[in-house]
Design a protein around this ligand. Structure first.
Ligand code: RIB
Length: 297
């Protein structure tokens, strides 16, 4: 079984659904409210576990009631969260607005995630023992860098989902094997648009540009320039689609699949996720992914 370690965030998602997203200064009446464990790190860990990996989550939760639920959700989803740090204070919280087209806007306040600094010896050992390390940017970038550099030195593959968008230190980029970004995140790194995904190769050896409902693009320094068409599904909520994609990609790559095939399988995972409302509860199982993957285009 592929061993995936995710070093990242856990948030409690407070989700309001409305016919449309409000403009600045405007109040719109919603139709539904949902409280659901999320956070890009926790979501990607659950996505990897459901996709078939032995998965360990490294991160920090608060000493509040949200923290108890976040840890329980990870454990109930088959993720080893036994080493998660409990920090006195509030857990990460994301306030999410979703419209009836499935588009969202998110404010994520880090809470305990900001205290996930300086990896401990057991955390470093977990990174070294994994086949694949997966990180995002809802924890301090210094921690992401430490994890990535440690993984690289140990021969653990490093996948960085550079979300939310920010510029990245060269030390981190040098340790990344595979970068996963959407258009906005790519533009912050390269200053280039969606038509120039190869610009990412100035920074990392391989990259996936996710294009939402238009699929994804995979490029590498060996000349690969692959456009993966989308899987047609009805979108209910796009929250965590990138997390489903990244978790599944880590599993498929860790299992030794060709990256071109792994990216297509990950696209199926992202598409399977948008069919349901919410973050951690909408992440697909391996069977869900395989069923969509096998569907004729
Ligand atoms: O990627 C989706 C996640 O982003 C949500 O679960 C929310 O917590 C934010 O971190």
């Amino acid at each position: 079984m592929t061993r995936v370690v995710v070093a990242g965030s856990a948030n409690m998602d407070l989700v309001g659904i409305a016919p449309r997203l409000p403009q600045p200064g405007e109040t719109v009446l919603g139709t539904e409210f949902l409280q659901m464990p999320g956070g890009k790190g926790a979501n990607q860990a659950i996505a990897a576990a459901r996709a078939g990996a032995q998965t360990c989550f490294l991160g920090a939760i608060g000493s509040d009631a949200f923290g108890v639920t976040l840890k329980a959700r990870l454990g109930a989803s088959g993720v080893d969260a036994s080493g998660v740090r409990i920090v006195y204070g509030t857990s990460g919280v994301a306030v999410i607005m979703v419209d009836t087209k499935g588009e969202n806007s998110i404010i994520a306040t880090p809470g305990a995630n900001a205290a996930f600094t300086r990896l401990t010896d057991p955390e470093l050992a977990a990174v070294r023992d994994a086949d694949v390390l997966v990180c995002q940017l809802e924890i301090p970038v210094e921690t992401v860098t430490e994890a990535a550099v440690t993984a690289r030195a140990a021969g653990t593959r490093v996948i960085l989902n550079a979300a939310p968008a920010r510029q990245l230190p060269a030390e981190l980029l040098d340790a990344v094997d595979l970068l996963v970004v959407n258009e906005g995140e790519a533009a912050v790194i390269t200053g280039k648009g969606r038509d120039e995904p190869r610009a990412l190769l100035d920074y990392v050896p391989r990259a996936v540009l996710t294009l939402g409902a238009e699929g994804a693009c995979f490029v590498d320094r060996d000349g690969t320039d692959l456009r993966v068409p989308p899987f047609a599904v009805e979108t209910v909520d796009s929250t965590a689609a990138g997390d489903a994609f990244t978790g599944a990609l880590a599993v498929a790559w860790g299992e030794g699949r060709e990256l071109s095939d792994a990216v297509r399988w990950a696209c199926a995972a992202g598409a399977a996720c948008v069919r349901r409302l919410g973050a951690s509860n909408s992440l697909p199982t391996r069977a869900d992914i395989d069923a969509l993957f096998a569907r004729p285009a």
